[in-house]
Design a protein around this ligand. Structure first.
Ligand SMILES: Cc1cc2nc3c(=O)[nH]c(=O)nc-3n(C[C@H](O)[C@H](O)[C@H](O)COP(=O)(O)OP(=O)(O)OC[C@H]3O[C@@H](n4cnc5c(N)ncnc54)[C@H](O)[C@@H]3O)c2cc1C
Length: 371
């Protein structure tokens, strides 16, 4: 029987941050295993051989946070390429800023109507406000209600149906109501204080986080294949919690994506890094990677995302599906997990929560403080 002090399942952000803390702060040995053949989990990136452009294998990742502790922590392991993300959506055949802002308003409506709506928005809510369309709907003003309905149908509805595969009537009104109109010309997708990409890519940052002689990484290793032959003082499991328990209580569902990468023989294909397609095509968005790190090449590489329901062995688990039945099932797994003495579940799959990267890092840092 093999014996280790700390066993970490999953070499994604959750696993590597925990490993780094245990090794550098507690001076303990850590073994990280991952069933994939690379480190980094879903933030894994690599340089495409043909174009030399850095590509994110599991979909586009832009780091953004207001959490200074997380920003400072990761800054120990990477230099940053400062990058404010800008996203556009094609609606009625026109590219507009997302979130829908005053510039979007003027692009899609005739000038007289756009002016009227802008004046009403400014008067009712003031400049630089983000107003959810639910609030517009309740404004007792037929023009603003019209605008709310327009944004709901054109920006939100089609994209969400593609992404989540649900019928419009199944969409929770509270979710759709949160879609904002931004009374400003600010066209940044995120408003966080810190927005950037690791200068040399995520994989290089992860390598630096793992750079401690007390940390050992074993790839191509599934927990199932070793669980009966290994003993540990502590196990941190960043895989799926239902899988750990052999799906005893049932399977937690996920949405997944097929991501198709295409090399185009031109300098740039798109007007910006990300274009959303709420109305056209079967893919939700296309992402042109050379914008990310401002890389130069006479070719360009673009990814197209086709959403699917997750099927084991066929897809990756990408997005936990937040609804009451799934939460109840997850809570029952958590109750079982509490019976275990030296096992902690963590991360997007372990906690069955859609964490952005900063939330993932923060969760791992907080968990370390608790043990
Ligand atoms: C398409 C997409 C786009 C995203 N874009 C952004 C973005 O722009 N900005 C942002 O902040 N966040 C983004 N995120 C979120 C980000 O990917 C996560 O916050 C982060 O990667 C979570 O890290 P993790 O370690 O918890 O999970 P993961 O990265 O999933 O790592 C878990 C690892 O565990 C391994 N594993 C699982 N089970 C086992 C097992 N039984 N045995 C061995 N190994 C196992 C897996 O192979 C995997 O490598 C995005 C996520 C997706 C899916």
């Amino acid at each position: 029987m093999r014996k280790v002090t700390n066993l970490i399942v999953g070499c994604g952000l959750s696993g590597v941050v925990l490993a780094e803390r245990l090794a550098s702060q507690k001076h303990e040995e850590v073994l990280i295993i991952d069933r994939r053949n690379h480190i980094g989990g879903n933030v894994y990136d690599y340089k495409d051989k043909e174009t030399g452009i850095t590509v994110h294998q599991y979909g586009p990742h832009v780091f953004h946070t207001n959490n200074k502790e997380v920003w400072d922590y990761l800054s120990n392991f990477t230099e940053w390429h400062r990058f404010m993300y800008r996203v556009k959506a094609v609606i009625d055949g026109i590219e507009v800023n997302i979130p829908f802002n005053l510039d979007s308003l003027h692009k899609v409506f005739p000038q007289s109507l756009a002016n009227k709506l802008e004046t009403k928005l400014l008067k009712k809510f003031g400049f630089n406000q983000k107003v959810p369309i639910l609030q517009l709907r309740q404004s007792n003003d037929s023009d603003l209600e019209f605008l709310a309905q327009y944004i709901y149908e054109k920006v939100f509805l089609g994209y969400t149906i593609k992404q989540w595969g649900v019928k419009p009537e199944d969409l929770d009104a509270s979710v759709s109501g949160r879609v904002p109109v931004y009374i400003s010309r600010d066209d940044r997708y995120f408003q966080d204080r810190y927005q950037a990409l690791p200068l040399n890519g995520y994989t290089a940052m992860i390598k630096n986080i793992l750079n401690n002689p007390l940390i050992k990484v074993e790839l191509n290793t599934d927990f199932a294949s070793i669980r009966n032959n290994i003993e540990y003082d502590r196990l941190f499991f960043s895989g799926a919690i239902d899988e750990y328990f052999n799906y005893e209580l049932g399977k937690l569902p996920y949405r997944s994506l097929d991501i198709m990468f295409k090399i185009h023989n031109c300098n740039y294909l798109q007007s910006g890094p990300q274009i959303n397609y709420p109305e056209n095509y079967d893919y939700t968005r296309s992402v042109e990677y050379k914008y990310y790190l401002d890389e130069k090449s006479d070719k360009t590489i673009v990814s197209y995302e086709y959403p699917y329901s997750y099927e084991e062995g066929k897809h990756e688990r990408y997005y936990p599906i937040p609804d009451k039945a799934n939460q109840d099932l997850y809570d029952r797994y958590v109750a079982k997990a509490k019976e275990l003495k030296n096992v902690w579940f963590v991360g997007r799959l372990g906690d069955y929560k859609y964490y952005n990267m900063d939330q993932t890092v923060s969760r791992a840092l907080e968990l370390f403080k608790e043990i």
